[in-house]
Design a protein around this ligand. Structure first.
Ligand code: FEO
Length: 393
């Protein structure tokens, strides 16, 4: 692990996890990830902001030592999840004099996760300032992005915001800064979709608070540092805002091509009208791309054959993911088919109770879709068009 200077006496430790394929056994990592920690050497005291994944603890301590760091006064824990807090015991073993600081919620979670007595952690308060001599750290509570303990730490007077998970990106790159904005936007959007989207109301509230602060740089705990904060702040404002885009996302699967033919017909009619459409076969769903597509879509259409009177299990699984991620879509529909009978829409819709949508009438074909089913799909396209018009229409 190399150490890079972010600003005078401010150092970045970026633990690259180039090969990691999945986070939480759920979130795909097409470009790996990184766990970032930061060190601030004030004129009187030195503070570490977060640590790294426990699997990289030994490298991390070696990197701290490579700076010639003889004494560490504080370890600020912005968030207790172990990808940032898991190396705290290793750092404490190397620097036993360090005081670990966290808010009350984070302290409880750290004590539970690290199996340490909570009395050993010092408490920090919202908006409290900790002087390091010529520099200081100000702590800001940003709960629920994405845990209840989330904290951002602002270094003053440099105005570097250590935002932990907030505004991060699962991206292993040799770039310290987010210079390749197109690449970083893709990674940050996927990260937002998978981690932050369920909490978008909290995201908006925290963005409002940050808008009152002077921020020169945002240094998250995953992915590159934003030397141009407006880049990620503006994206987050758009992604978390209430206004969706005229886009239709269609999770689907098919067993004997009936549902597939209905989806194909629907896609063609929507594209003829200028809609942006994104179908996803849920049998081998890329949940990262799928989540990313949900960020701004106005309309969701779930397309499934009937299995044992309900949705196919692969569709039920995709629906559970959508329900957990709580996208901002305002309209939804169900289409599909059956062999001998179906309650598929009635069994699928309850899996999507978190959605705040108006439901279109289902379009369900008996066997292969026939003229009346295609006519019903035409009506569905008309209803979608009445709700939202494609951009430029
Ligand atoms: Fe990157 Fe919530 O930990």
């Amino acid at each position: 692990m190399i150490v890079r200077e972010l600003a005078p006496n401010v150092y970045a430790f970026v633990a690259q996890d180039w090969d990691r394929k999945l986070f939480d056994e759920l979130v795909p990592l097409p470009e790996g990830t990184s766990y970032n920690a930061y060190l601030v050497r004030g004129s009187e005291r030195t503070a570490l902001i977060d640590t790294v994944h426990p699997s990289m603890a030994a490298d991390f301590v070696q990197a701290l030592k490579s700076l010639g760091l003889a004494r560490l006064d504080y370890i600020v824990s912005n968030h207790a999840e172990l990808d940032h807090a898991g190396a705290i015991p290793a750092v404490l073993a190397a620097y036993p004099e360090a005081k670990v600081l966290a808010n009350a919620k984070c302290r409880s979670l750290l004590a539970a996760s690290l199996d340490l007595p909570k009395e050993m952690f010092g408490l920090i308060q919202d908006n409290h300032t900790l002087s390091l001599g010529d520099q200081s750290l100000r702590f800001m509570w940003i709960p629920w992005v994405h845990w209840p303990d989330s904290t951002a730490t602002l270094l003053e007077p440099d105005n570097i915001l250590f935002s932990c998970d907030f505004m991060g990106a699962h991206l292993a790159t040799s770039d310290l800064f987010a210079d390749d904005e197109a690449r970083v936007e893709r990674a940050a959007r996927m990260y937002y979709a998978e981690i932050m989207m369920p909490y978008r109301k909290h995201v908006t509230k925290h963005l409002d608070r940050l808008a009152t602060e002077r921020i020169a740089m945002i240094a998250p705990s995953h992915g590159p540092v934003y030397a141009r904060p407006a880049f990620i702040l503006d994206l987050y404002r758009r992604w978390a805002g209430d206004t969706p885009q005229a886009e239709v996302v269609i999770p689907y699967l098919s067993m004997y091509d009936s549902t597939r033919n209905m989806v194909g017909y629907l896609l063609d009619r929507l594209m003829e009208q200028g809609w942006k459409v994104q179908p996803f076969n849920t049998v081998d769903l890329d949940s990262g791309r799928f989540a990313s597509a949900l960020v701004e879509a106005s309309t969701l259409v779930f397309a499934s054959p009937t299995v044992l009177d309900g949705p196919h299990p692969a569709m039920a699984s995709a629906a559970l993911l959508v329900n957990a991620l709580k996208p901002k879509a305002t309209r939804a529909g169900i289409i599909g088919s059956y062999g001998w009978g179906t309650s598929m829409p009635d069994n699928l819709r309850p899996l999507l109770g978190n959605l705040d949508v108006t439901w279109f009438a289902p379009v369900i074909a008996s066997g292969v879709p026939k003229a009346e089913d295609f006519a019903a799909l035409d009506r569905l396209v008309g209803e979608i068009g009445q709700a939202d018009r494609p951009a430029g229409d």
